[in-house]
Design a binder for this molecule. Structure first.
Ligand SMILES: C[S@@+](CC[C@H](N)C(=O)[O-])C[C@H]1O[C@@H](n2cnc3c(N)ncnc32)[C@H](O)[C@@H]1O
Length: 206
């Protein structure tokens, strides 16, 4: 069965993310991708860095099936079978005693925290603190407010769309996200502006 989902936004952003993310990954390292979505980021990245073990994860069944279809299609050995992972869970599946690829050098998470309630941001950093190696990094990609302000007109419209969908969603303040990260032992080290009014945020686990 071909369950591949094609995400137009992933097609647009994957090369820019690859440039920011892939050179930062240590040789022979390991990445846990949170909310892999269609699975196209992993599909694009794993052939470029075959030395890096890539653990995709998803919450939703159609995205789990899509990621598995993309994995079968690309056939890269370092692309591990997708795990079902809800970041708000007290224990993530990568913490199971029989799981052998953690703790991780990095977490990668794109476009999740604005389209989910704040508890998802809290769960993300709580879990990151548990599953990252000391000195490991969490890389988050997406739109952010800076100093409480939107960085573009298009993000204002995007936030209106998000709020209409669910009032608990919203473009997050980078300062609030950094404070939440810090509560969980991760420090914001760099905030890289990306095309289309997005950012690549780099948090290091202390
Ligand atoms: C806009 S999609 C982004 C997917 C993909 N990362 C991308 O950039 O195309 C938002 C994702 O957040 C995931 N998500 C929302 N709440 C979550 C949670 N509690 N735990 C894990 N993933 C969650 C959704 O399942 C969805 O895959």
């Amino acid at each position: 069965m071909d369950n591949r989902i094609y995400s137009p936004s992933t097609a647009r952003n994957r090369s820019f993310i690859a440039e920011a993310l892939l050179p930062r990954l240590p040789k022979g390292g390991s990445v846990l991708e949170i909310a892999s979505g269609s699975g196209e980021h992993a599909t694009h990245f794993t052939p470029i860095r075959p030395d890096v073990t890539w653990q995709p994860s998803n919450l939703e069944e159609d995205q789990i099936l899509s990621t598995e279809s993309w994995r079968a299609h690309v056939g890269t050995e370092n692309f591990l079978p997708v795990l079902k992972l809800d970041v708000t869970g007290e224990v993530w599946p990568t913490e199971a005693p029989d799981y052998s690829h953690g703790p991780f050098d990095a977490i990668f998470n794109a476009n999740m925290i604005h389209i989910a309630p704040w508890v998802v941001t809290e769960g993300l950093f709580k879990g990151a603190n548990r599953v990252l190696k000391k000195g490991g990094f969490a890389y988050l990609y997406g739109p952010y407010k800076v100093g409480g302000k939107h960085t573009s007109e298009s993000n204002i419209a995007f936030e209106e769309w998000l709020k209409a969908k669910d009032s608990s969603f919203g473009v997050r303040d980078i300062e609030k996200v950094a404070a939440e990260a810090e509560k969980n032992g991760l420090l914001l080290k760099e905030s890289l502006p990306m095309p289309a009014n997005n950012f690549f945020q780099i948090f290091e686990k202390q």
